[in-house]
Design a protein around this ligand. Structure first.
Ligand code: MIC
Ligand code: SF4
Length: 645
């Protein structure tokens, strides 16, 4: 049997373990990326490791999430990030240079390399043939310090693409079709490898749209081969020498093969409030629209913006619609400014926004009460837009513009205009002057710390017995946006005691106060949850802040990969019910106990949940490697690393 592409790249980076699905492996990381919202904690933790200089081939710190600067906090964070980067050998991409995933694809990604990013959409790099994985900031800090990244060796599923997309159908419709098939649940521990004849019909930015939203499937990452299309993209970015050919062997082995006929894909949308709640645009046609937003790391490439501009040229956005456009990078913005496409967008009545995440993370552009908002981004969780009652639909740029012109959802094929052909430019506009290289004389750099920058809180070793209360009980598909809201709260990312005031804000506004009171009274907090707990982002604050509030265990029906790893890194036990029906055994407010924890973890034995209030019990399981059990016993990854060195 030949090798698939995923195992070829993992194999060439393997430092511990064997490529056997389900077992723990460790891989060498070539490149890292961070963004400002997760970056400050990442670098504070990196500094705490006392490593004089990064050991990766390349590390880039992007400022793209929180650039509103309403108050001193963001600006202080940015200056901290800039100086810490200069000091330790990291490239710093200034605010305004673009969204991390878009810029990394354009300027730094290299086929066959590994990339670890403190952002869940890091798999965008799979579009250029990288194994690009999202992780918590602490894992990224360890990788910058030269440590390997531990993960469960994935199963590899192949999506075999045949034929080519019809006009008006684009990459977003492909990934929405895959989300319809595979949903957001049950894909943990899998990597998707794209192959088949259809691959060559998709450009690198289109491939990147598809791998970007693999994050919504919950897979570890997604990857495309590196071929002549990849070479042409890199050449147009003036870095052909970064290209390498990469493909699976013809007789490669896969855990599963999924067939997808590109010619059969229809314009699709994800309905509120989950990226897997899919319908065809035709089915939704006629729904009145209040807001349309184009941008985010999913759909803000030159190709996407040119489609938008061509469709808007000489037309006007429906008067009732608020229409915003955020180009993904300064490269994209500069190119559409120079070729006149930006003028077409402005003349049509668009609000042109900064090249940042912005609306996608609820930092501005919150829709009106009860609004229907059509967005080209990747997540439509309830309240993420900043307006709890808003109904967010995810769509391709083509479908988004159709809605903006018509004032309601419309299949773009019914616009009655010819489909614009947008090819790859022969030459992208290349100017890296907004990426500051690290200082030549690092010791001369003083790292700036404004008053918003606190110390990362230390985790405590696990107690022998968790004795406390169910501080909250939640249902299925609880996202990290539910646990740790972003949007207007983003500016507190570097200030854990303050940010912790907002844990579960939209679910139970009293949670934080209650939990902190319990902690002060020596009562441990336990969270009970349904399936797929921790979907969505990589933000480790969804573990750090609960840790700060005294949460010792989360008992769920199942967990998402990045969040489970973050809980472990910060010393919170991620446990599952041996029998899912036992979810009913305890409710919010019940006194509970989990005893003999250390002995059970050391022996790899199950634990027992005792509901002291109701006199009931439930067996609890965990899927932890021996290394992870040691991390938990030490009270988190930082303590574990300290004890070992
Ligand atoms: C997101 O899309 O939710 C974010 C904001 O990019 C997060 C990172 C964060 O919370 O800072 C992610 O996807 O990991
Ligand atoms: Fe930024 Fe949105 Fe992409 Fe997250 S999903 S990195 S917030 S653009």
């Amino acid at each position: 049997m030949g090798k698939n592409l995923v195992y070829k790249i993992l194999g060439s980076h393997l430092v511990e373990g064997k490529l056997e699905p389900g077992t723990e492996i460790a891989i060498r990381i070539d490149q890292t990326l961070t963004q400002d919202a997760t970056g400050t904690m990442t670098y504070l933790q990196f500094e705490a490791m006392d490593v004089p200089r990064i050991k990766t081939e390349l590390s880039v710190s992007y400022v793209d999430h929180n650039t509103l600067q309403d108050g001193f906090e963001n600006a202080d964070d940015h200056r901290y990030l800039q100086t810490v980067a200069a000091r330790y050998g990291i490239h710093y991409s200034k605010a305004g240079n673009g969204i991390c995933h878009q810029v990394h694809l354009e300027r730094f990604g290299r086929p066959g390399k590994t990339l670890l990013g403190s952002d869940s959409h890091t798999p965008t790099g799979g579009g250029i043939g990288m194994i690009a994985i999202g992780a918590g900031g602490l894992d990224v800090a360890v990788a910058m310090g030269g440590g390997p990244f531990y993960l469960t060796c994935p199963k590899v599923a192949k999506v075999n693409l045949t034929n080519r997309l019809k006009p008006w159908v684009s990459a977003k419709d492909v990934i929405l079709s895959i989300l319809k098939m595979l949903t957001t649940k049950g894909n943990v521990g899998t990597v998707i490898e794209y192959g088949g004849d259809g691959v060559k019909t998709l450009s690198v930015p289109e491939r990147a749209t598809i791998t970007n939203m693999g994050a919504e499937l919950g897979v570890t990452t997604s990857v495309f081969p590196s071929d002549e299309v990849t070479r042409a993209f890199l050449k147009a970015q003036r870095r052909e020498s970064d290209w390498a050919a990469l493909a699976a062997d013809i007789d490669a082995d896969y855990h599963r093969v999924i067939e997808l006929d590109l010619a059969a894909v229809e314009p699709m949308m994800a309905k509120p409030h989950s990226p897997d709640n899919i319908a065809t645009v035709k089915e939704l046609a006629g729904t009145k629209v209040d807001q349309v937003m184009v941008g985010s790391c999913t759909n803000s490439s030159y190709r996407d913006l040119m489609i938008v501009a061509s469709l808007l040229k000489g037309r006007r956005v429906f008067p009732d619609v608020s229409f915003g456009v955020a180009p993904g990078s300064r490269q994209v913005l500069e190119m559409i400014a120079r070729n006149g496409a930006l003028a077409d967008i402005i003349s049509a009545g668009a609000r042109v926004l900064e090249s940042t995440c912005g609306f996608c993370i609820g930092a501005g552009q919150a829709p009106k009460t009860g609004a229907v908002s059509i967005r080209t981004s990747n997540r439509n969780f309830e309240g993420r837009s900043g307006t709890k009652s808003a109904k967010v639909f995810l769509a391709s740029p083509e479908s988004a513009v159709a809605a903006a012109l018509a004032g309601g959802i419309l299949d773009p094929r019914d616009l009655g205009i010819p489909y614009p052909e947008i090819g790859l430019p022969e030459q992208f506009w290349v100017d890296d002057s907004m990426v500051l290289p690290p200082a030549k004389d690092p010791l001369s750099v003083t790292v700036f710390r404004g008053p918003n920058i606190g110390d990362p809180p230390a985790a405590e070793p696990l107690p022998e017995t968790i004795s406390g209360v169910v501080a909250i009980k939640v249902g299925d598909k609880i996202t990290t946006d539910h646990i740790m809201p972003a949007g207007s709260r983003l500016k507190y990312r570097s200030n854990i005691p303050k940010y912790a005031e907002f844990v579960f804000e939209g679910v139970d506004a009293a949670f934080s106060k209650k939990a902190l009171e319990n902690k002060k009274a020596g009562v441990h907090n336990v969270v009970i949850a349904g399936a797929s707990y921790g979907q969505g982002s990589s933000r480790e604050h969804a573990a750090i802040c609960p840790m700060y509030l005294g949460v010792k265990a989360v008992i769920a029906k199942s967990f998402e990969r990045i969040h489970a790893a973050n809980l472990i890194n910060f010393g919170i036990l991620p446990l599952t019910f041996a029998n899912e029906a036992d979810y009913e055994v305890a409710g919010a407010g019940d006194r509970v106990e989990i005893g003999e924890i250390k002995a059970a973890l050391q022996a790899g034995k199950d634990l027992l949940l005792k509901n002291v209030t109701k006199g009931k019990t439930a067996a609890l399981k965990y899927a932890l490697s021996s290394r992870q059990r040691e991390i938990l016993l030490a009270g988190g990854l930082l303590n574990y690393t300290r004890f070992r060195s």
